[in-house]
Design a protein around this ligand. Structure first.
Ligand SMILES: [Fe+2]
Length: 404
């Protein structure tokens, strides 16, 4: 069997497993325009294989359902019409059973195609489709967390309590000499187009915090009036805080006795002061860095430093810092950088609709580096560029400090 098909089946199975703890009602709801229903993720990732592989390569192609081409198109203008994103939660039909049948049908047809007409182009598209599905696996967890957080029942996605984290070591700094360095993917294995082309950048000497900022440290910022001090905030960030009357990260709340709790995929938990602060916006990360007299790293600094960092993998909530040296670079929280999400010099999007994958989003967003506890195993790499608008905070986003 094509080894890619074994991988295909494993990734596709993992998506189904992610939906297992949820009811069909959970899977259909949409909590905000930025988040999508689980059912939609499960159908859209299937649509990707159907549209970009089967429709092009399958002999006598017929769609599983003609309306799905529009219903489950996310943002590809080159494919045609799209169902409006904020209305994905209104799709009570197709139901979950039909979406599961859609997945099984496309999976069987992909396996037949790979057996009967193998090609380098098919392998390339399968690889892209699986990387795409892994990105949606992370979104399934962050989107369902946001959905479950809307209920006062505060339901747990996974009914396993979190054990207290080990005491976080004092913050330490790791110094780097910098210099002329290669930034971008080195061509070994898969990368998205936004990691290319590899190019030279000069990085001045800098220091990076050895671990992520903890909940305890961030609580100090709150207790010191951080959310009420305009001097710490970018102008747009200050407007963002004021108009929404914010005073803590998105999933923090105080119980009847005033003790801080954090809503997690394990349900509400007492705020663990030794775990990394997560679900903060770039505005909050930047204000915190300002408060402690540091700054956020640039993406080139992060990538340069990550040459020494081990790949860690995650669970369902960011874990405390263990070991020595630079850690928590991967597998806990995505780390905001001060770098705008822009094309690397010489960037060229692919021809056709797949060229819409990354390039057209390179405006008004910031790069995040590393990976999070929700990132599937094997998906992270040093040159990976994630990106979100400065106010986004439903992803597992944390704070890595830098200074000259
Ligand atoms: Fe997608």
């Amino acid at each position: 069997m094509n080894p890619l098909i074994a991988r295909y089946q494993a990734v596709r199975k993992h998506t189904l497993a992610l939906s297992e703890p949820l009811s069909d009602e959970d899977c259909g709801a949409q909590s905000m325009p930025d988040a999508s229903p689980i059912k939609w993720h499960m159908a859209h990732t299937t649509w990707f294989f159907e549209t970009f592989i089967l429709e092009r390569m399958e002999r006598d192609f017929a769609p599983f359902h003609p309306a799905f081409r529009i219903l489950f198109n996310s943002y590809y203008n080159g494919i045609g019409e799209k169902h409006p994103r904020p209305q994905r939660g209104l799709l009570t039909r197709p139901g979950m059973a039909q979406v599961r049948a859609y997945r099984a049908d496309v999976d069987a047809r992909i396996a037949r195609l790979a057996a009967s007409a193998p090609s380098a182009e098919l392998d390339m598209l399968l690889t892209l489709g699986l990387q795409h599905e892994q990105q949606h696996q992370e979104l399934m967890l962050t989107d369902v967390k946001h959905l479950l957080a809307q209920s006062l029942l505060r339901p747990a996605y996974m009914e396993i309590p979190l054990a207290p984290a080990a005491k976080a070591p004092p913050q330490a700094w790791v110094a780097f000499d910098g210099g002329l360095t290669d930034i971008g993917h080195d061509g070994q294995g898969f990368s998205f187009d936004n990691e290319l082309p590899r190019h030279k950048e000069y990085v001045a000497p800098f220091a990076l915090a050895a671990r992520l900022v903890t909940n305890g440290e961030y609580l100090d910022f709150i207790n010191a009036g951080g959310y009420a001090n305009a001097a710490l905030w970018l102008a747009e960030g200050w407007d963002w805080v004021r108009t929404q009357n914010l005073r803590a990260p998105i999933y923090w709340f105080q119980d009847d006795k005033g003790a801080w709790q954090e809503f997690t995929l394990h349900g509400p938990q007492p705020l663990d002061l030794h775990r990394p602060v997560t679900h903060v916006s770039l505005f909050e990360a930047d204000a915190y860095a300002h408060w402690v007299g540091a700054r956020l790293p640039t993406e080139a600094e992060w990538e340069y430093a990550a040459a020494r960092a081990p790949l860690e993998t995650g669970s369902l909530h960011p874990a405390g810092a263990l070991g020595e040296g630079l850690r928590q670079m991967y597998g806990q929280c995505w780390q905001w950088t001060s770098s705008s999400y822009a094309p690397y010099p010489g960037f060229a999007a692919a021809e056709g609709a797949l060229g819409e994958y990354n390039g057209k989003f390179m405006l008004n967003q910031y790069v995040l580096r590393g990976s999070s506890c929700a990132t599937p195993d094997g998906h992270a790499r040093r040159s990976y560029r994630n990106f979100f608008p400065a106010g986004a905070r439903w992803q597992f986003t944390g704070i890595r400090l830098a200074r000259r």
